[in-house]
Design a protein around this ligand. Structure first.
Ligand code: PRP
Length: 211
C-alpha cells in the first residue's frame, strides 16, 4: 500500500494530471466528498487530503509514504526523515523579502519582520548577520508594514501584483519555490520499486509539460 499526502485546492488540481500520467486516478472528489482517505483506481494507492502545512509531518512520521508539497512549506518544516525526489514545477513563485517602496532600506539594527515562515526568516536573517524580531502572521503579510507592525515581510511573490497594489517592492529572493514530490526515507527502502515507478512516470509528465 502506498499513501500519498497532498492538500486540497490549487495543488490538488495541478497534481491530478501528473498522478494521472502515473496511472493514478482518484475515485472520490475531495471537493464533494467528506472522506479524508480517498480511494484511487489502484487498490494499492490511497490519497490523504490534508492541510498543506501538515503534508511534511505525515510524510516524516510515515503516516504517508509520499507527499506533494510546496518547497516553502518543506523549508519551513525542516524535518528529518524526508527525501525530496522531484520538482513537479507546479505553482512556481519566489519566497522573498519585501518592504515598503518608501522605506530607505531594510538594514536597521533590529528589523521587525512579519511572516508565516518564522523558521525560514530566522535562518535567513541569522545567516546575513541581521538581528530581527520575527512577528508570526497567518496571512495578508503585506498589510504589516503599512500599519507599522513590521519593517518588512517574508512572503511568496508570484506576479508581484499584491506588492505593487500595496506600494511595496521585492527585495532579496530567499528561494525559488515550486511543488515537490517528497518521500518518507523508510518507505523509500521498503517500497522502493513502486515509489520509483511513480517518480519516473511523474517525471516524464513534468518534462513533457515543460517542453
Ligand atoms: C499569496 C502570497 C501573496 C500573494 C502573491 O497569497 O502570500 O500575498 O499570493 O501573489 P502575487 O505576487 O501574484 O500577487 P495568497 O493569495 O495565496 O493568500 P495568503 O495571504 O493567505 O497566503
Amino acid at each position: 500500500m502506498i499513501t500519498i499526502a497532498l492538500s486540497k485546492g490549487r495543488i490538488y488540481k495541478q497534481a491530478l494530471p501528473l498522478l494521472s500520467a502515473a496511472g493514478v486516478e482518484p475515485v472520490d472528489d475531495p471537493d464533494t466528498s467528506r472522506k479524508l482517505i480517498l480511494d484511487t483506481n489502484q487498490s494499492a494507492i490511497k490519497l490523504v487530503v490534508i492541510r498543506a502545512t501538515d503534508v511534511p509531518t505525515y510524510v516524516q512520521f510515515g503516516a504517508a509514504d509520499i507527499g506533494i508539497v510546496g518547497k516553502d512549506t518543506l523549508m519551513e518544516h525542516n524535518g528529518h526523515g524526508i527525501s525530496e525526489l522531484l520538482d513537479l514545477k507546479i505553482n512556481p513563485c519566489r519566497l522573498s523579502v519585501a518592504y515598503p517602496a518608501t522605506a530607505s532600506n531594510c538594514q536597521k539594527r533590529q528589523l521587525k519582520v512579519a511572516t508565516k515562515y518564522v523558521n525560514i526568516a530566522n535562518r535567513y536573517f541569522a545567516a546575513q548577520g541581521v538581528q530581527t524580531e520575527i512577528i508570526k502572521l497567518y496571512g495578508s503579510m503585506e498589510l504589516a508594514p503599512l500599519v507599522g507592525l513590521a519593517d518588512c515581510i517574508v512572503d511568496l511573490v508570484e506576479t508581484g501584483n499584491t506588492l505593487k497594489a500595496n506600494n511595496m517592492v521585492e527585495g532579496n529572493i530567499i528561494a525559488n519555490i515550486s511543488c515537490r514530490l517528497i518521500a518518507n526515507n523508510a518507505s523509500l527502502k521498503t517500497q522502493h520499486n513502486p515509489i520509483m515507478k511513480l517518480v519516473e512516470e511523474m517525471s516524464a509528465a513534468v518534462n513533457a509539460a515543460s517542453e
